[in-house]
Ligand binder design. Structure first.
Ligand SMILES: Cc1ncc(COP(=O)(O)O)c(C=O)c1O
Length: 462
């Protein structure tokens, strides 16, 4: 296997020696899935719970840069990054080097029992990188859901208020509290009630579906938020408004300009904390460290996960120091939260973003993607909108001439991509959105090839 680091993904020579990427080329040896994957799939069906879904049923042998190699030897172009978990790629040399070094010293001690530097270093980095120049502190966890839950705990402890407001189309996770905060019923909530109390939902500003201009769409959503918080709940009962700066699972919905700033102003006018769930948008994905920055907001608490861990399970809540200190010692944490190997991986990923210029790379990925896809709007009847920021772009499919969601079109294009060796995934409340989340270390050539396959799939729609 060779490693092909392009100009935009340069790393130190020492780090390169530690990892080996698969050849950065799409290569199909068998149909997808191939016989070796199918055999494992048959076995998996007898061993793994049916509730665990998989988008593309291939078993992976190796992955890195923009390529995933399956057990049949197929080289698949990765436009999903494990749903944005492997933002720097699945085996970035700097992550691999740091993880190897850490594992050689110790795998874990539990930060609640004894301390280690990596935990504090990740907190320092997050305190410095997140929006705002005020004093900040962080707490580490393992998953995005766990971190969102802890942001709610911190907000309630700091404000001594019970209610939490989330939005339509929101996705915050699969635990009891976070699935309650999530909007979509099936498959996330169906049959799993009763749900957690004191979670309320305001309608989301969804420009494409509102039928209004940006200002009207924002004003309509703000009026509904005011009605919920002030009239129905009583603002003094609301601890936090939790928002994804660009909604992920719900369909990569980008708010109208100024809308998040309006939510922030509303929250602060009522003594409510603004919590940004940047689990999917954060850590360079949108071309800035945080999507909140482009929106001009400074959240009181900001939740990160996915890309933060460089592929290992790590999540965080970062926020105003006085809020983070509102919880008494022992009130936060978990025996695996902030595991030292995950912290080492995180420091490697954060260094890679800086040293490899991956914020600029995310912006470039956004430019290349929209250059390929934006011309479809108005020229292809099934494509309603192309939207996103940086390396977080999406296509929303509609029935020709209408706003009616077309999940069958999204599914057909995704299936075409999979057959052709391109890993694309769908999302959206209506299942009619294809989201593109390539690793930031994908080369221009592979990205363009993956997009060309998507275009082929779209042109093939009846
Ligand atoms: C915005 C957002 N919040 C929370 C989560 C939950 O994170 P995890 O799957 O790590 O629990 C996700 C996962 O997709 C997410 O996109």
């Amino acid at each position: 296997m060779t490693m092909d680091l392009t100009e935009s993904t340069s790393s130190t020579d020492a780090a390169r020696d530690e990892a080996s990427w698969p050849t950065q080329q799409r290569l199909l040896c068998t149909p997808i899935p191939g016989p070796a994957s199918l055999a494992r799939q048959a076995h998996r069906a007898t061993s793994v719970a049916g509730g665990i879904g998989t988008v593309l049923p291939i078993f992976v042998e190796r992955a890195g840069g923009g390529i995933i190699v399956d057990v049949d030897g197929n080289h698949i172009i990765d436009l999903a990054s494990g749903i944005a978990t492997t933002t720097v790629g699945a085996s970035h040399p700097e992550v691999v080097r740091r993880v190897r070094e850490q594992v050689g010293r110790f795998t874990h001690t539990c930060f609640l029992v004894t301390e280690y530097d990596g935990y504090v270093e990740v907190c320092d980095r997050l305190n410095a990188l997140t929006p705002g120049t005020h004093a900040k502190k962080s707490a580490l966890f393992s998953t995005g859901s766990e971190a969102v839950e802890n942001a709610v705990k911190i907000a309630r402890a700091a404000t001594r208020r019970p209610a939490i407001v989330t939005f339509g189309h929101a996705y915050h996770g699969r635990t009891l509290l976070t699935m309650t905060m999530t909007a979509k019923n099936a498959p996330y909530k169906d049959g799993f009630g009763p749900f957690a109390p004191e979670v309320y939902r305001a309608p989301l500003a969804y420009p494409f579906r509102s039928g209004l201009d940006a200002a009207g769409c924002s004003a309509e959503a703000m009026a509904a938020l005011d009605d919920l918080v002030v009239k129905q709940l009583g603002a003094h009962n609301v601890a936090a408004i939790v928002v994804e700066p660009i909604q992920g699972e719900g369909g990569f919905i980008v708010p109208p300009p100024g809308h998040l700033a309006a939510i922030q102003e509303f929250a602060h006018r009522h003594g409510i904390l603004l919590v940004a769930d940047e689990v999917q948008t954060g850590i360079g994905r949108t071309g800035a460290w945080f999507a909140s920055t482009a929106e001009g907001i400074v959240p009181d608490l900001i939740v990160t996960a996915k890309g933060l861990g460089g592929g290992l399970p790590l999540a965080a809540v970062t926020g105003r120091a006085e809020l983070m200190d509102a919880v008494a010692p022992g009130g936060l944490g978990g025996t695996y939260a902030g595991n030292p190997v995950a912290c080492a991986a995180s420091l490697g990923a954060l260094d890679a973003i800086v040293n490899d210029g991956l914020l600029e790379r995310a912006q470039r990925i956004g430019e290349i993607t929209s250059a390929h896809l934006a011309p479809l709007v108005g020229t292809h009847p099934w494509v309603g909108e192309v939207r996103g920021r940086g390396a977080m772009q999406a296509l929303e499919f509609v029935r020709p001439g209408t706003l009616e969601p077309a999940p069958e079109a999204a599914a057909s294009v995704v299936a075409h991509c999979h057959r052709a060796g391109v890993l694309a995934i769908s999302c959206g409340t209506y299942g009619n959105v294809i989201r593109l989340l390539p690793p930031l270390t994908i080369s221009d050539e592979l990205l363009a090839e993956g997009l060309a396959v998507i275009l082929e799939g779209i042109r093939g729609l009846a």
